[in-house]
Design a protein around this ligand. Structure first.
Ligand code: AMP
Ligand code: MG
Length: 412
């Protein structure tokens, strides 16, 4: 019996995202707490930023008409520190001014203090200013009425600062997806439970649990970490069914291949539906997507089953789970952050599957390849600061342009 061709990522992702209806409900959070959340409203500015024309230097605010030649002498009639405001400047006058202080009416330039010589209540201006110099204009950052951020934007630290700059102490954001996280595998041991020297033959530490939980949390999810499910059919079914009740998504790692010890797939087929299974990507071929019915008989929780091999788990998370949980929050930008870069290595063996090779940017502006691309070698994802998205059937020559995805951005 011939197997159907594996689904490509470009076929799978739209199927997946079509089911990622944004969760209903909006939460109001303090702007302090907004990092990484997805905005659920457009933010319009009720004011100009900066509010007034102000000085970008410590120096003297002058009228250009009074300083036609170097060495002009002006009378210093006022002092304007940041946080205060002055009064109109008359002909022949200068105002001592500091960075951030409003420009007094009548002044049309600031001369930095290094170009001035103060002497009692006069100042000698050594430089002929050009109109507008060292003045930051009102509204040059944000004009009143501007939309500074849009619904669906993911809040970065800089975005939180921008929201604060227009006076917003709280923000409406999408509710957190509730995600149940399971690891499967009888070989798994939790770090801390058994010391390295006491590990039984065949046992390995559970590493997926740590990066999957951290990745989910960074993406704004509320994670219920439900530990390790043993490789047994009943236990797997019971765990999935219980988790479906109070979660939007159930995420598992391991147990989705075709071995006799892989119980996740049949359990999903029994208690829900399997929409997708197996993708033409490397690492990461085993990947399951579907749903698990809840007891009410109408609603269901989404299900995503990642491969057990750590690098496969990591890469499939970034390729598939990341856009999915962002879409549940109504995020608009879901694509990986890719850019063209030059390979500084040879990759002579083409693969039928689309590959994601772990690489690192070098000092010459190119990419070096991690020598061991095995799906079990998690070192590759730490040594590497990115992956190359290599299309199916392609070799790579040194000097060739490839599509590079930065891991720092992709994991953020
Ligand atoms: P599986 O998909 O269950 O067949 O697992 C594939 C490989 O990944 C096996 O070598 C497992 O031991 C390993 N593996 C599965 N789960 C984890 C995990 N949570 N942490 C580290 N390795 C794992
Ligand atoms: Mg297993």
């Amino acid at each position: 019996m011939s197997r159907p061709p594996l689904l490509s990522l470009d076929e799978a992702l739209p199927l997946l995202l079509a089911r990622a209806q944004p969760l209903s409900g909006v939460e109001e959070v303090s702007t302090f707490e907004g990092d990484g959340r997805v905005l659920a409203e457009d933010l319009f500015s009720a004011l100009q930023v900066p509010p007034q024309d102000n000085s970008s230097m410590d120096g003297y605010a002058v009228r250009c008409a009074d300083v036609k030649a170097p060495g002009s002498l002006l009378k210093v009639t006022q002092r304007i520190p940041a946080g205060s405001h002055g009064h109109p400047l008359q002909a022949g006058e200068a105002a001592r001014i500091f960075t951030g202080a409003p420009i007094p009416q009548g002044a049309d330039a600031v001369v930095m203090q290094e170009d001035c010589a103060a002497d009692g209540d006069t100042v000698r201006v050594q430089q002929v200013p050009s109109s507008g110099q060292w003045i930051r204009r009102s509204g040059e950052d944000v004009a009143r009425g501007d939309r500074v951020l849009s619904s669906g934007d993911r809040l970065s630290p800089a975005a939180l600062g921008l929201a604060a700059s227009i006076g917003l102490a709280s923000l409406k954001v999408a509710v957190r997806p509730r995600v149940a996280l399971f690891s499967t595998g009888d070989e798994l041991v939790m770090p801390g439970e058994v010391a390295p020297e006491a590990m039984q033959p065949g046992a390995i530490y559970n590493s997926n649990r740590f990066f999957l939980r951290a990745l989910l949390q960074r993406l704004g999810c509320e994670v219920t970490d439900l530990g390790i499910i043993p490789d047994q059919r009943e236990a797997t079914e019971a765990a999935l069914r219980a988790a479906a009740e109070h979660h939007d998504l159930i995420l598992t790692s391991g147990g989705v291949s075709v071995g006799e010890e892989d119980h996740v797939k049949p359990a999903v087929e029994k208690w829900g539906a399997l929409t997708l299974w197996s993708l033409a990507i490397k690492p990461g071929k085993p990947f399951a997507f579907g749903s698990i019915r809840r007891l009410d008989g109408i609603s269901s929780a989404h299900f995503m089953g990642l491969p057990g091999n750590p690098v496969s788990s990591f890469v499939t998370f970034l390729l598939l789970v990341r856009p999915f949980v962002l879409a549940l929050q109504g995020a608009t930008h879901l694509a990986p952050p890719s850019q063209p870069m030059q390979a500084h290595f040879e990759w002579p063996r083409a693969d039928k599957r689309r590959e994601f090779l772990r690489v690192r940017r070098n000092a010459k502006g190119g990419l070096d390849l991690f020598p061991n691309q095995s799906s079990g070698v998690l070192t590759s994802a730490v040594w590497g600061d990115g992956v190359i998205d290599n299309p199916p059937g392609q070799t790579i020559r040194a000097g060739q342009w490839v599509s590079f995805i930065s891991l720092a951005e992709w994991q953020a």
